[in-house]
Design a protein around this ligand. Structure first.
Ligand code: UT7
Length: 324
């Protein structure tokens, strides 16, 4: 029986650091409010030469090096993103060209902040039917282009960055199980408009521009409940307990969400990886960036049971268990 396992990780963050003190000059807010309500202290903002696909490609090159693979050996490039620099071609096609993955097919996937988890799950299904495949799964965002910098409710939260991993087959370790969910009825609690339609019959006059719009308090409540439910269900299905988990890497949105999640799951803080303080919410990129940092810091060792969970616009959410 072949399992899909992660043979290499990489990440890339833009150079520019935006601090809470700088945000105080831009909107009516304070370092104290942002830190106490979100835990976020800094976030990264893209500049020249740091388009979404360029961050993604740099993260991909590091993941390839870590896995000991050449780009030409890849069969698939899959990018989870909601902030591509173009609608067509996909970000994945730009990455494929940028890194020289000439033998890979390439496409984007949008499941908002859950995109990377959805992508890993899809990679696992490909490996199950074609174990020889070598797959690059990336979560990459430049949300700074999609934030209304005059809206203090949202502009303090988001940041840019990319994380990547190589997925290959193994008979010993890898993805054990995952559970993915969506509820489109709740779309208007967290969304981003597309640019205006060029078809006058389809033009929606109520749309307010392609910014992230959010009912923060509602998202907060759903996020905690949904991630708790996804994790509990998955552990139960696998006859595992939260104590069996060596490291939980959740989507990084807000330390208060993570605090409530830890409390409800009954998991110790030492077993939860948190870096939202440095990068803010990087949507689909948050889990792969955190996964890469956890590897760099030696927080995951071969054989460890790792738990991932996410929540985002759609709503979409899910969890995944894997043996490292
Ligand atoms: O990946 C999923 C994406 N999104 C999320 O995960 C976000 C989930 N939600 C949250 O993280 C939190 O709800 C927020 C951090 C967005 C907001 O925290 P909150 O404790 O839920 O605050 P609130 O929305 O209830 O707002 C409380 C007050 C409001 O003022 P009034 O109406 O009580 O006078 C806001 O206008 O705080 C005000 N406020 C701010 N004040 C200073 C909102 N944003 C700011 C700000 N600085 N940046």
């Amino acid at each position: 029986m072949h399992k899909a396992y992660i043979s290499g990780t990489g990440s890339c963050l833009p150079e520019r650091v935006l601090t809470n003190n700088e945000l105080e000059q831009m909107v009516e807010t304070s370092d104290e409010w942002i830190t106490s309500r979100t835990g976020i202290q800094t976030r990264r903002i893209s500049g020249a030469g740091e388009q979404n696909y360029q961050l993604a490609a740099r993260a991909a090159e590091k993941a390839l090096a870590a896995a000991g693979l050449e780009a030409q050996e890849l069969d698939l490039v899959l990018v989870a993103t909601l902030s591509p620099h173009m609608i067509m071609p996909s970000c994945a096609c730009f990455v494929q060209a940028e890194i020289g993955a000439a033998n890979a097919f390439a496409f984007d996937l949008n499941a908002a902040c859950s995109g990377f988890l959805y992508g890993l799950d899809m990679a696992e299904k490909y490996i199950a039917s074609r174990p020889e495949m070598k797959i690059l799964v990336i979560g990459s965002e430049t949300l700074s282009c999609r934030v209304n910098w005059e809206d203090r409710n949202t502009c303090i939260l988001f940041g840019d960055g990319a994380g990547a991993c190589i997925v290959e087959s193994s008979s010993a370790r890898g993805i054990v199980d995952s559970t993915l969910h969506a509820d489109g009825n709740l779309w208007n609690l967290l969304y981003m408009d597309s640019p205006a339609s060029r078809n006058p019959d389809l033009l929606d006059k109520d749309r307010q521009g392609c910014y992230i719009q959010m009912s923060g308090r509602d998202v907060f409540k759903y996020a905690v409940r949904a991630m708790e439910d996804a994790v509990t269900r998955l552990l139960k299905r696998q006859n595992l307990a939260i104590n069996d988990v060596c490291l939980l890497i959740p989507h990084q949105a807000n330390v208060r969400i993570l605090g409530k999640l830890m409390e409800r799951l009954g998991i110790e803080q030492e077993k939860v990886f948190i870096n939202v303080n440095k990068y803010g919410n990087t949507s689909a990129a948050s889990i792969p960036i955190a996964l890469d940092e956890a590897c760099q810091e030696g927080r995951v060792q071969q054989g460890d049971l790792v738990l991932l969970c996410s929540f985002g616009g759609g709503f979409t959410w899910g969890s995944m268990l894997l043996y490292w």
